[in-house]
Write a protein that binds this ligand. Structure first.
Ligand SMILES: [Zn+2]
Length: 417
């Protein structure tokens, strides 16, 4: 299975002006609604870290305007595209069914029902582009100009007679799977998010658009069950989430977030991302600023209700996040349930390691052999009796105990000087 390790680096988040390295934000999306601010209160203010303005996609809270809303009902215009040199095989709706209803269900589960994701197909056949696929020059990491600009303009022109773009929050483009190389060779899937340079359709910019190519089929026979997962990853970008994998692959976060690994068995989002997306109430987030020792309770992240996230800010830009991960909901590969601890840095850009998970069992080899799951970090969670220390800053995060009974809650002690 060594060959598969190389395919864990998946997809790229590219902003409108990758040439200057600056994401232009501030205009509105198709529906005029940016991401809603996450649940907040005065007590949470020190935990709302933010990064420099030249960070393209930051882990900062709240997410800046320009991305799609991530709560309530969102409508995803979903178009199936083909080309004269890559004609769509079979029915375009069969291509649609590779991703739905699974993607809708994935978001419903992860958001505790707060995101009602509706994919609509006003054009239910293949939408033929006027130029052959190779003429657009869409390679891995291709910037928005010129190929993608041409492609989006051609998509708008071809779809416009049958589509009112004002009805939708973002665009999904499901390419015919025979356009471009196999995803085992190179993954072309990409999202242009918060794109103020986007072509305008029906008076609104196509500012948030996810493109999915090929099939993420690792040959293990699980494609029908797990192959859709590239789309929730790409849509994570339209909601403003950065990539958590780096040039070295999934070694920073492992399988603990779909923005890190979207091949293989299902996984959820980190609690930090759920807060950022507006899926946690203020009462579900603890902000650990007080000197001395404070006790917190955590309930399993995959289950609705109860406290989910403790954040220990160490600067206006960084801090430690603490949450309880168990095998439930979208988290189907968890092999060592426990308290996951990770560092969030709002100044580190997408794909550069803005989040790093701490491994409670370094160099153990991990506890999973599931394909396309970063094994070493699979046993990262801390158990009762174990702790994480940052001696320089005088911070200790200790797992005090796991509650008996059905609630499955854990107690965590945060100490800081
Ligand atoms: Zn990505």
């Amino acid at each position: 299975m060594a060959a598969l390790a190389s395919v864990t680096v998946l997809t790229l988040a590219v902003s409108t002006s990758a040439d200057s390295g600056h994401l232009t934000t501030g205009t509105t999306t198709a529906t005029g609604a940016g991401p809603i601010p996450p649940a907040r209160s005065a007590a949470l203010a020190p935990c709302m870290i933010s990064g420099r303005t030249d960070v393209q996609m930051s882990e900062g809270v709240p997410t800046p305007a320009g991305y799609s809303r991530s709560t309530g009902t969102v409508r995803a215009l979903t178009l199936m595209i083909d080309f004269s040199d890559a004609p769509g095989p079979g029915s375009a709706l069969d291509r649609f069914r590779e991703f739905f209803p699974q993607t809708r269900e994935w978001f419903r589960t992860s958001s505790y029902g707060r995101l009602d994701y509706r994919a609509e197909t006003p054009v239910n056949g293949w939408l033929r582009m006027p130029k052959p696929f190779r003429a657009y020059g869409t390679e891995r990491g291709a910037p928005f100009d010129p190929g993608y600009r041409d492609l989006v303009q051609d998509i708008v022109a071809a779809a416009d007679p049958r589509v009112d773009f004002r009805r939708y929050d973002f665009l999904n483009v499901l390419m015919t799977p025979n356009a471009g190389p196999s995803a085992l060779d190179t993954v072309l899937s990409v999202t242009f998010a918060g794109n103020t340079e986007a072509p305008v359709a029906d008076g609104v910019p196509v500012a948030n658009a996810s493109f999915v190519y090929s099939r993420q089929d690792d040959g293990s026979g699980s494609y029908d069950r797990t192959g859709y997962r590239v789309l929730p990853h790409e849509n994570g970008h339209v909601f403003g989430l950065p990539d958590l994998y780096t040039q070295e692959g999934g070694g920073a976060v492992g399988h603990w977030d779909i923005m890190s690994e979207d091949w293989g068995a299902n996984n959820d989002l980190l609690g930090w991302h759920k807060w950022k997306l507006g899926w946690l109430d203020a009462t579900q987030v603890g902000c650990a600023t007080a000197p001395g020792t404070t006790e917190y309770t955590l309930t399993p992240l995959a289950r609705a209700g109860g406290p989910k996230l403790v954040f220990v800010p160490v600067s206006p830009k960084t801090g430690y996040a603490v949450e309880l991960r168990t095998r439930a909901g979208n988290d189907e590969t968890v092999c060592r349930p426990g308290v996951l601890i990770y560092r969030v840095d709002a100044d580190i850009d997408t794909g550069m390691g803005p989040i790093r998970v701490y491994d409670s069992h370094q160099d153990s080899g991990g506890c999973t052999r599931s394909p396309n799951v970063h094994a070493e970090l699979s046993d990262a969670p801390f158990k009762p009796g174990e702790d994480f220390r940052d001696p320089k800053r005088g911070i200790r995060i200790a797992v005090a105990g796991a509650g008996a009974g059905a609630s499955g809650e854990y107690r965590v002690l945060v100490s800081r000087r």
